[in-house]
Write a protein that binds this ligand. Structure first.
Ligand code: XIL
Length: 299
């Protein structure tokens, strides 16, 4: 196959990109997305501060633009994200107890309900673990305890029963304390029937990243009975070292049958969130980089 999406589709996988509604007016951006990718993740447009800036006032229009363009091209869409400690409006942080609990449930019901049937996978909870494998002590954890996570998954399942429900995090690119903490939570969820279908590995990497246990880590999660996805891939650096790191990640996903898709965190270096770096597959002029060829060969 001659494009990333078509190559991934040969093995039943998707190959997506984080997409920003603010660039949809740029022809080269839209053309590269449409030509090479078959999935999209709204980069910011589904986050709490955008979709519900004031309590029970919803703003779906920016993400709707991405979802409708993606679906009209036959692409799948990842939902990102329902519960996260960042990009969350101040009104949420001023709630406590049952008010906080019901605001989270209402948020999930309204947001997942709005796109019901249109989302391949939802990042239900994002970045809720510390590097040492314990729960992140953010205000929802402190006020509601561990149970907020399984409540979020149960609410999301009821709101959009056909979406795959994922836990998503970073610095989980091997067998380490953080990935083991998440692993233990997933194992517990599976044993108690809490609805979880997938784990997302963001994989914001540097070109020298040690990936010696990357594949084994994906496999141990898959062996729990969940899919795994590479959800926010980018690799700092350039040239052959960058390409080699991309190749290792893609080869690991291809070697794990439950690794169902890969999403770099953007289309072009021009708009990467890692400003000053060049971590994506297309350069600022939408030319294919060495990393692109390495990925296409590995798919
Ligand atoms: C980033 C976006 O790319 C930026 O545009 C925004 O300013 C901050 O958030 N982990 C995540 C993503 O789960 O949502 C983050 O996206 C990058 C880190």
């Amino acid at each position: 196959a001659s494009t990333l999406g078509a190559a991934a589709a040969q093995s039943g996988r998707y190959f997506g990109a984080a997409i920003s509604a603010s660039h949809l007016g740029e022809q080269a951006y839209v053309n590269t997305w449409g030509a090479e990718f078959n999935s999209a993740t709204p980069e910011n447009e589904m986050k709490w501060d955008t979709v519900e800036p004031n309590q029970n006032q919803f703003n779906f229009a920016p993400a709707d633009r991405i979802v409708s363009q993606a679906r009209s091209r036959g692409m799948s869409v990842r939902g990102h994200t329902l519960v996260w400690y960042q990009q969350i409006p101040g009104w949420v942080s001023r709630l406590n107890g049952n008010d906080l609990r019901s605001a989270i449930a209402n948020h999930i019901n309204q947001v997942a309900g709005h796109w019901k049937g249109q989302i391949h996978s939802w990042d239900v909870v994002n970045e809720a673990f510390e590097e040492n494998g314990t729960r992140r002590q953010w205000f929802v954890q402190q006020r509601l305890g561990d149970g907020y996570m399984e409540e979020a998954f149960r609410t999301a399942r009821a709101a959009d029963p056909n979406a795959k429900l994922c836990y998503n995090d970073y610095n989980t690119d091997g067998i380490n304390a953080k990935s083991t903490g998440i692993y233990n939570m997933v194992r517990d969820f599976k044993s108690r029937g809490v609805p979880i279908d997938c784990v997302g590995f963001q994989s914001h990497l540097s070109q020298g990243a040690n990936l010696s246990s990357y594949q084994a880590n994906l496999q141990r999660f898959a062996d729990l009975g969940v899919d795994v996805q590479i959800t926010e891939l980018d690799v700092g650096g350039s040239g052959s070292a960058q390409a080699a790191t991309y190749r290792t990640v893609v080869q690991a996903c291809m070697a794990v049958s439950r690794c169902t898709g890969i999403t770099p965190w953007g289309v072009t270096d021009k708009y990467s969130w890692r400003s000053g770096d060049t971590p994506l597959l297309f350069d600022g002029n939408y030319n294919k980089k060495q990393a692109y060829t390495a990925v296409l060969d590995a798919l």
